[in-house]
Design a protein around this ligand. Structure first.
Ligand code: ATP
Ligand code: MG
Length: 286
């Protein structure tokens, strides 16, 4: 078997509590991602999804205690010294967050910010090379008129375009692994679909591994090979995405699946209800 790109074993993350005890927010979590593979981490708010991704990035908040192993291409990176982790983060592992505005500096042109992110990991790169990489990265995420737009500031971009800028930053160093934590939650549905399509295209073209974190099972359905369903810090189900949808094993997974809106169902149901009683609102409707 080839060495997994990312392997998480017995990951446990705890915070100290005021009484002198500690509270586990992630417990004995394990999963593996082959090179170029994709994994969805799904679960309700507070289930420990972001803490898991922050642990992989070496960005856990102060006070968090971590146990277990996190291997990147075979190397244990859990608890690496900060200096070594900084070299990995943004280079071999890149991350895209929910809110692109909070990750972009409002006072600098976006092209410059992509250049700076690139130069942080390629210190020998010239300005000119960094500029070329930045414009190419913007083209790769389909920002129209990239060379000119590189000179524009974050507020001059729509939410979807800002998220494209963040993805361009993430891609500029050609990472082996992209972690996207709710990358489309702040966007409206149409733009969300465009960003997901972009992530699919990038994976296809670059072979980057993807960990996609979301509370929405509908989002992972066409995006990943495998899904980990988390609840209260634990994995309750880990399965290939098709099997998770067709044959969920755990009651919690079924509950999450029931919450996935299906347009065809809704329309069909509405028609039936309307035909039976045209003026009666559906049960639960206000
Ligand atoms: N600094 C902290 N100190 C103590 N507990 C924390 C801290 N940060 C987060 N937590 C707790 O860790 C748990 C897991 O949080 P996490 O952010 O991983 O959830 P999540 O699954 O990403 O949720 P969401 O879908 O809302 O983003 C939560 O119960 C949260 O309250
Ligand atoms: Mg989160």
């Amino acid at each position: 078997m080839t060495t997994p790109l990312l392997e998480v074993q017995d990951l446990t993350i705890a915070f100290p509590t005021p009484g002198g005890g500690s509270a586990e927010v992630v417990s004995e979590l394990g999963f593996a991602l082959p090179p170029g593979g994709s994994l969805g981490i799904v679960g309700e708010s507070g289930s420990g999804k972001s803490m898991t991704s922050l642990a992989v990035m070496g960005l856990l908040p102060k006070g968090a205690r971590l146990a277990g192993r996190i291997r990147l291409a075979g190397e244990d990176i859990a608890g690496l010294p900060d200096r070594r982790m900084r070299a990995i983060r943004g280079d071999r592992i890149a991350m895209v967050f929910q809110d692109p505005l909070s990750s972009l500096n409002p006072y600098y042109a976006v092209g410059f910010q992509i250049e700076e992110a690139y130069r942080a990991h390629r210190p020998r790169a010239t300005r000119r090379e960094a500029r070329r990489v930045a414009v190419e990265a913007m083209e790769r995420v389909h920002i129209p008129d990239a060379a000119r737009r590189a000179g524009h500031y974050p507020h001059q971009f729509s939410g979807g375009m800002r998220q494209r800028v963040m993805i361009a930053i993430a891609l500029s160093t050609e990472p082996d692994l992209l972690i996207a934590d709710e990358p489309t939650t702040a966007l409206d549905v149409t733009v969300q679909a465009q960003i997901l399509a972009l992530l699919r295209e990038i994976r296809r073209d670059t072979g980057t591994g993807l960990v996609l974190i979301t509370h929405d099972l509908a989002v992972v359905s066409e995006m990943v090979d495998d899904v980990v369903v988390m609840r209260a810090g634990r994995c309750v189900e880990h399965a290939p995405v098709a099997r998770l949808f067709s044959d969920p094993q755990h009651a919690y997974t079924r509950a999450l699946l029931d919450a996935v809106p299906r347009l065809d169902d809704e329309v069909g149901e509405l028609r039936t209800v309307r035909a039976a009683a045209p003026d009666t609102p559906r049960e639960g409707e206000r």
